[in-house]
Design a protein. Structure first.
Length: 278
């Protein structure tokens, strides 16, 4: 609609002008700059989420080291201070080996001599032996031993499962760490002495623990190393942990390159050996 002005001119109604302006505004699209900004923000959000997962996982691995592995080492050392012998050793006839009270050898020999081929007295676990120790002689009374000398075990997973800790692997599947103690004879590939056996370690967790304990992730040297990996040449290069997070649980191969790498797979685990000071 329009109206006639006194001079004979016509004036377009404000309604029509407003509608035209509205249509022009609606038809206006995004500029390239605006699209670039939106895409950049989306990329930052996605990157922050990915980085956040890595930060959270590293924090969880550090917690496993500080709140579980370190506390079990402290409990072992407290047992030695209280009892005067290592875990499970005889206080009247000490043999300086884990579970030494059950050590048997030929008549007249208490310990010492050539022990390269000697069968150890068996590992000490709690409740049930760790998966990495299947087939070995195991004493299932660690809780009783610690309680007898008044040493409190770390909280672990729960009451009665203090020797275990549950975490998520890189694919979001649950994994369970478990500790046992045993004596390694001098012929063991990973070295001799009293050790803590830690099972249920994903390769990235094992490498991070090795880095924090020894200063470098070397599978064959230092206090923390991979089970059944022999010592290398003195002063020579070390060895990588023979597995990675792209290999699924139950895989027949554990080399550093092959694996299915499916998101639904549970990541394979390795066994770590942590040598004790006593």
């Amino acid at each position: 609609m329009s109206e006639t002005l006194p001079s004979g001119q016509r004036r377009t109604s404000s309604r029509r002008v407003g509608r035209a302006a509205f249509l022009k505004k609606v038809q206006k699209g995004f500029t390239l700059v605006e699209l670039a900004i939106v895409l950049a923000v989306i990329g930052l959000i996605i990157g922050a989420i990915a980085i956040g997962k890595d930060v959270q996982r590293n924090a969880e691995y550090t917690k496993i080291k500080n709140k579980f592995v370190d506390q079990w080492e402290q409990a072992y050392n407290q047992y030695y201070q209280r009892a005067g012998v290592v875990l499970g050793d005889s206080q009247t006839q000490p043999r300086l080996m884990v579970n030494g009270e059950n050590y048997k050898r030929e008549a007249g020999v208490v310990s010492g001599g050539n022990m390269t081929e000697v069968t150890g007295p068996g590992a000490i676990c709690n409740g049930s032996f760790a998966p990495g120790l299947v087939g070995e002689t195991t004493t299932l009374k660690m809780r009783e031993m610690f309680s007898r000398v008044g040493v409190r075990m770390p909280p672990g997973r729960a009451e009665g499962f203090e020797d275990r800790y549950v975490y998520l692997d890189t694919n979001g599947n649950p994994q369970e760490v478990q500790v046992c103690f045993r004596w390694n004879n001098p012929g063991k590939a990973e070295g001799s002495g009293n050790v803590m056996v830690i099972t249920g370690l994903t390769p990235d967790l094992a490498r991070m623990l090795d880095q924090m304990i020894d200063g470098k992730p070397d599978a064959q040297e230092g206090r923390f190393r991979q089970m059944n990996v022999e010592n290398g040449t003195p002063n020579g290069p070390g060895a990588q942990w023979a597995a990675n997070n792209q290999i699924e649980m139950g895989a027949k191969t554990a080399d550093a390159t092959s694996g299915r790498n499916h998101d639904e797979d549970q990541v394979m685990t390795v066994v770590g050996i942590y040598k004790m000071n006593q």
